[in-house]
Structures are given as C-alpha cells and as structure tokens.
Design a binder for this molecule. Structure first.
Ligand SMILES: Cc1ncc(COP(=O)(O)O)c(C=O)c1O
Length: 425
C-alpha cells in the first residue's frame, strides 16, 4: 500500500467542517432532507476553487493553444501548469501526463495504439474485478487474434486470485491490465507486486486508478507501472480523464492522429482540441487536495508532500467512517456485504461498500434512501465481470455506498437508520 502511516497530528487536524465549506453542493437538499452524498464512486462533488478556475479560464484565457497573442499564451501556461500539478499527483514528469475526454476513451485509444504492434497469439491479461473500461478496450484487440486471459477472484473476500494471475501471465503476455481499486467492492490490489510479475514476463503493466485516486496517494515510480489512468471527476475535479505513460513508451508507441498535429509527447496523444476549461479545473482539484494536506501538516513544503499529507489524513478519517458503517450494517437484518470486512485488513480496501438486502432489488433500496436525501447507487457500475461472477447481475446488482473525506459520521448514521427502517418494512 502506498499510503504511509498517519501522524497523530494529522488525524487530529483533519477538519471536516472546513472541508465541507469548500463544497457548495454539500448544502443541497434531497426531497426536503439535507443531501448525504454517498455517491462518490460515480463522481465526487467539486470544491469552489475548481468552479472558480473554470470560470477564470473563460474570463481570461479562452483561446486555442499556441497562438501569438495574450489569451492563447495564458491558455498554454495554464495547460503546462496543470500538467505540472498532475505530475505531482502521479509522481512523474510533466511530459508523461496526457489529458483526454475520460478514462474509457483514453484507454481505447491507448489499446488501439499498442495493438498496432501486436500479432495473433499475443496475450493480454485482464481481471474479473475490473470496471469494463479496463477490459473492453483490450478485448477489442481480439479482432486481431490477440488472446485475452481473465484472472478470477477469491469469492469469499472479493480479492484477486493471485495464483490464478501467476498462471495467466505467460511468456506470450504483452500487457497486464489491472485496477488499483475495485469501484464495486473497494478491494485495493497489490499493483506494485503485480507489476513485478508482468515485467518478469516481459509484459507491460496498465493500472486503472480511477477508483483509487480519491482514496490513496498514487506513486507511479513506486508502482513502476508503464501506464496508469484516472479521472479527475472522481477526485473532486471536472469530468475528464488523465493518463500517465512512461516517457519511453509515449515516444515509442504511435497514437492515431491527424497529420498537422505535433509528434511531440505528450501532446501527440491528445487528439483534437481539449476541453481546456476543464483542464483548468483539474489543476485546481489537485491544489485543493494539496491544500487539505497543508492544513493537516504544516511541515509539508512541496505540493507532492502536501498531497501525501492529505491522503494520510483522509485515509485515516475514511477508515473510521468505514468501521462505523460496517459495524452498523452487521446489525441490520438481511444485509450481505461483499468484499473485505475485517478492520485488520482495511489496508487492502477503500471505503466503498457494496451490499444486498435479501432478495430486495437494489433500485428499490436506492429509491427508499433517495427519498430521505441519501444518495447512493445501485446496479453493476460497469464492473460487469464482477457482477456476473458474484451472481448478482440478474438480480439488479448491488447497492453501493461510497464514503469520501467530505462525508460525516452523522451521514453514516442516517444511512444506517434508514436501512434499519427499510429492513423493518
Ligand atoms: C474503476 C473505474 N474505472 C474506469 C471508469 C471509467 O472512467 P471514465 O468515466 O472516466 O471513462 C470508472 C468509472 O466509473 C471506474 O470506476
């Protein structure tokens, strides 16, 4: 796990009231009740500094790139600054950061580019735990005769079956595509360990860090992955995707692009005009997280140190809420939680819970909660392989509760009370 131990001072200085003041939407109501946003895994709320950055772009820097005039230069400077922010976020160099529409689109484009070099019989490893955005782009290469091997899970705790993974990696494996954390059951995968296995077989490693990004510090150097993608709208930013690629790979693989566009990395991977106003928002989202870290640890000097401090504090805070949630769920009739529940193993999961209540359809529960101002999701969340493997797909999937650092113990208690009420019906 890449999130270091919490310093006593940080857990004390994490100030959820201050955090909540930064997010205007947290004051909204749902059906006359204070809204409890437990829907974060599908997209988190946004602090005001992200909104201001987008507005500032339109007011002061709204032009296309590389022009010989002021607003265009400001836009170029903003994009460079945001690349720098994402480089701190990933722990890489700025020219290893690619922006794109969303993680799915980026991954399809990357898979297509890598697929140019693959031949029939080459193998790619995907997993049953993953969101389909880290499965379908690789499966699309089956059209070229590429063989896809899918790693199973251990059903009892919804972790990856690492023995199966070792069996599935062969001398023919060219790519291992694994999620950092499951967006359905919260399992955190040992991605650094898996990268070593991939590299030992001469394969590349692609990490889908979309679900992990709001819950833990990403360090591409420590993981040593070749590519890693995540989506800022899951970590308090706007609806876009970002990719880290090792410089050598970004240079070597050839993206599909129009002729006049540059061949220089990372821009050559960014097809067409980007959603520049939202790139401005991405920089502000990273700075927001770093701001949380600076409040928790006054010794954090650089943005990277501040990001590390932020995650140390928020992970600790989220784990307390997770414990409260899991303890409470145990007392509710008919609840079955999928995945790791033992607090001693919280290092292997983040604060996203999926459950079923007997044979109740998850949509029915989500509607019941929604009517009480509690926002959760139901379904498979595109983690299609997992939903099928757990046998819940024909039954409407699961109810998903996502806790992030702006949620509170009071919201968890409201949810638990509402679920008790539902169970008594
Ligand atoms: C784990 C995971 N991977 C990938 C995606 C797809 O991301 P995007 O919406 O940016 O394409 C999601 C979206 O929910 C996700 O949770």
């Amino acid at each position: 796990m890449s999130t270091p131990a919490v310093k006593e001072t940080e857990s004390k200085t994490f100030d959820v009231e201050w955090v909540r003041e930064q997010f205007p939407s947290l004051k909204l109501q749902g059906n006359g009740h204070a809204a409890a946003f437990l829907d974060g895994p599908a997209g988190t709320q946004v602090p005001k500094q992200v909104m201001e950055a987008v507005e500032n772009y339109f007011a002061n820097a709204n032009a296309n790139t590389c022009g010989a005039f002021e607003t265009s230069r400001r836009n170029d400077a903003m994009i460079a600054a945001t690349r720098g922010a994402m480089a701190d976020f990933f722990n890489c160099d700025a020219n290893e950061v690619v922006f794109g529409q969303n993680m799915t689109t980026i991954t399809f484009a990357l898979a297509r580019a890598i697929g140019r070099e693959l031949k029939a019989g080459d193998e790619i490893v995907v997993t049953t735990l993953d969101h389909d955005a880290n499965v379908a782009p690789w499966r699309a290469l089956e059209e070229k005769g590429v063989v896809i091997r899918q790693v199973d899970i251990r059903e009892e705790d919804c972790t990856l079956d690492l023995e199966d993974l070792q069996r599935k990696i062969t001398p023919k494996t060219k790519m291992v595509a694994v999620g950092y954390a499951s967006n359905m059951v919260g399992t955190i995968n040992p991605v650094a360990e898996i990268t070593k296995l991939a590299h030992a077989a001469g394969a590349l490693m692609f990490v889908d860090a979309v679900h992990y990004a709001p819950h833990g510090l990403i360090d591409v150097k420590a993981v040593d992955c070749d590519f890693l993608a995540c989506s800022p709208y899951k970590f308090f930013g706007p609806h876009m995707g970002t990719l880290y690629g090792k410089r050598g790979h970004l240079q070597r693989f050839k993206p599909y692009k129009v002729r006049p566009a540059t061949d220089a990395i990372p821009d050559c991977w960014e097809t067409g005009t980007q959603v520049q106003e939202l790139i401005a928002g991405i920089g502000a989202a990273v700075d927001y997280v770093a701001g949380v870290g600076k409040r928790c640890d006054s010794n954090a000097k650089t943005r990277r140190e501040a990001l590390a401090a932020a995650y140390r504090a928020t992970v600790s805070y989220e784990r307390d809420l997770l414990k409260r949630l899991l303890d409470g769920l145990q007392t509710i009739r008919g609840v079955k939680v999928y995945g790791i529940t033992d607090p001693k193993r919280f290092g292997e999961r983040c604060s996203t819970i999926s459950l079923r209540m007997g044979e109740h359809h998850p949509t029915q529960i989500a509607k019941f909660l929604g009517a009480r101002g509690i926002f959760t999701w139901d379904g498979n969340f595109y983690a299609m392989n997992l939903s099928e493997r757990l046998g819940v797909e024909p039954k409407g999937g699961v109810l998903r509760i996502g806790v992030v650092h702006y949620n509170t113990a009071d919201e968890v208690d409201r949810l638990l009370n509402a679920l008790h009420e539902f169970a008594r019906k």
